[in-house]
Design a binder for this molecule. Structure first.
Ligand code: NAP
Ligand code: MG
Length: 475
């Protein structure tokens, strides 16, 4: 059991003002693995006050001191590798291989990459007759989802600490224990008290409290668009800055000279990885009409290489959905696809055979999907792929861009001119050509309804800074 019924405020674990608890469930077993306190507005007030008190001194530390701190955090994070993997597997139901190869290092990489960039980051700049100084924004409220329990928090925390901001973090109630482990990391790394505060509790109390708190200067949120809207509405009341990392419906554009097996495996890996619960997942495969039949055959040939099953089993590629609610949402979308004119290629509703316990879905692929169909427009956040065909590349790009989102885009193929044309024409914050690995120094964020602002690297640090122009400074 991972019981953790206290909040971390001003460098100490403290009791909540109320005695109400929230159960945390392992979605692979449907069993309770622990509980957390359901924090109150009074708990939040204390945390915000601690962050406010710590701000004057932390914001005046040097960038070298803060870069060293980030490296010490990364060192302490690495020492707890096995613990992070265990916790993320238990609370998210994330398979052991995916947790080890993706979930664990993503959290770590942000601290390392930010430390490196910070050493070369200019907090001052001279222009014609002005001196520009970038000041830490103040107290930041961080609200994170459950799908990458350390990554989503770490990118925000690395940027905040680099800038000299102090924070209050509210992680998802579904996956709160990775944040408890991060707290242990910060203590061991010698983070000054009050710089980092952790308050557990619901979105409707603590999340809402953060976005409407008069002593919070900036809210950095990752999650759904609906909650993003509420946060903006609250933040609008006192002109609080917001950064929103929201959903997506990202395209995979397959060029006509692509290797069809490579293209099909790329598409399957997008819906299978993290059970499709990835904001950047490529969930619309846009393939040439002439390649369609071969592409569908390749999907059928390769889908069994991505087995759904027990997260503890090393051969498992795909685990369960995070919760019963999320499972039902995914099932409803699969039914919507079946009820449409699209053709079901593989998968469908219900649980995979032998996986009656746990919130497991079948890897599901539809073809003959029209660009405007519900399953091609709405974010499902589950293992469901829509295959759409195109006649020429301009049409493919139009279909790819025909969405309210713009978080990511993928291109698979060989011709350098067509790869370049497509990559540069997609209207999204991140384009990946032929499965190139991520660059943790480059910006991450969305166009349109995928969000506002950028995370990762120096762009992430900028979000936690306010530029100040001084003219007439004595030289
Ligand atoms: P969510 O329901 O929006 O929740 C995200 C966080 O917001 C949770 O901590 C949640 O608290 C909290 N919250 C809920 N209501 C709130 C309110 N009224 N005010 C403030 N905070 C509130 O999203 P989710 O289901 O956890 O995550 C899935 C969504 O996140 C998907 O749409 C996905 O695309 C998006 N996402 C985006 C990115 C990105 O980087 N762009 C990354 C990952 C996920 P509770 O603990 O009470 O739920
Ligand atoms: Mg859970």
């Amino acid at each position: 059991m991972y019981n953790h019924i206290q909040h971390y405020i001003n460098g100490q674990w403290v009791d909540s003002t109320e005695n109400e608890m929230i159960d945390v469930i392992n979605p692979a077993t449907e069993e309770k693995i622990g509980e957390i306190s359901s924090g109150t507005k009074e708990d939040l007030d204390k945390a915000v006050q601690a962050a406010r008190d710590a701000f004057p001194s932390f914001s005046q530390t040097t960038k070298e001191e803060r870069a060293d701190l980030l490296d010490r955090i990364a060192d302490e994070y690495e020492k707890r590798k096995d613990k992070f993997i265990e916790v993320i597997m238990e609370e998210l139901g994330s398979p052991v291989n995916f947790t080890t190869e993706v979930q664990y290092p993503m959290g770590l990489n942000h601290f390392r990459a930010t430390a490196k960039l910070l050493r070369d980051f200019d907090f001052t700049e001279e222009r014609e007759n002005s001196f520009i100084q970038k000041d830490a924004i103040g107290v930041a409220g961080l609200i994170t989802p459950w799908n990458f329990p350390t990554n989503q928090a770490s990118t925000k925390l690395a940027s905040a600490f680099a800038a000299g901001s102090t924070v209050v973090l509210k992680p998802s109630t579904e996956t709160p224990f990775a944040a408890v482990l991060l707290t242990e990391v910060f203590e061991a790394a010698g983070l000054p008290k009050g710089v980092f505060n952790l308050v557990n509790g619901t979105g409707s109390t603590i999340g809402d409290g953060i976005s409407s708190h008069p002593d919070i200067d900036f809210v950095s949120f990752t999650g759904s668009g609906g909650v993003g809207t509420k946060i903006m509405e609250n933040a609008a009341q006192d002109i609080k800055k917001v950064s929103l990392e929201l959903g997506g419906k990202s395209p995979i554009v397959v060029l006509d000279d692509a290797d069809v097996d490579y293209a099909a495996k790329t598409a399957i890996s997008h819906i299978a990885g993290n059970t499709g619960q990835v904001c950047t997942a490529g969930t619309r495969a846009i393939v040439p009409e002439s390649m369609h039949d071969d592409f569908i055959q390749a999907i059928k040939n390769h889908i069994s290489e991505y087995p759904v099953g027990d997260p503890k089993d090393k051969s498992t590629f795909t685990g369960p959905q995070i919760s019963e609610d999320q499972w039902k949402t995914v099932q409803d979308y699969i039914q919507t696809g079946i009820d449409s004119e699209a053709t079901l290629v593989t998968g469908g509703t219900g649980k995979p055979e032998g996986l009656e316990t746990g919130y497991y879905s079948k890897l599901t692929v539809f073809t003959n999907v029209k660009p405007d169909d519900t399953i091609a427009q709405e974010e499902i956040f589950g293992p469901v792929l829509s295959v759409i065909t195109y006649k020429d590349l301009d049409e493919a790009i139009d279909v790819a861009n025909g969405t309210i989102y713009g978080l990511a885009g993928y291109v698979v193929g060989n011709d350098p001119d067509n790869l370049t044309k497509t990559a540069r024409s997609l209207r999204s914050g991140r384009i990946v050509v032929n499965n190139e690995p991520a660059d943790f120094t480059a910006p991450f964020g969305g166009f349109q309804q995928s969000g506002i602002g950028r995370e990762w690297g120096d762009y992430g640090i900028e979000e936690f800074l306010e530029p100040k122009t001084i003219v007439g400074l004595p030289s």
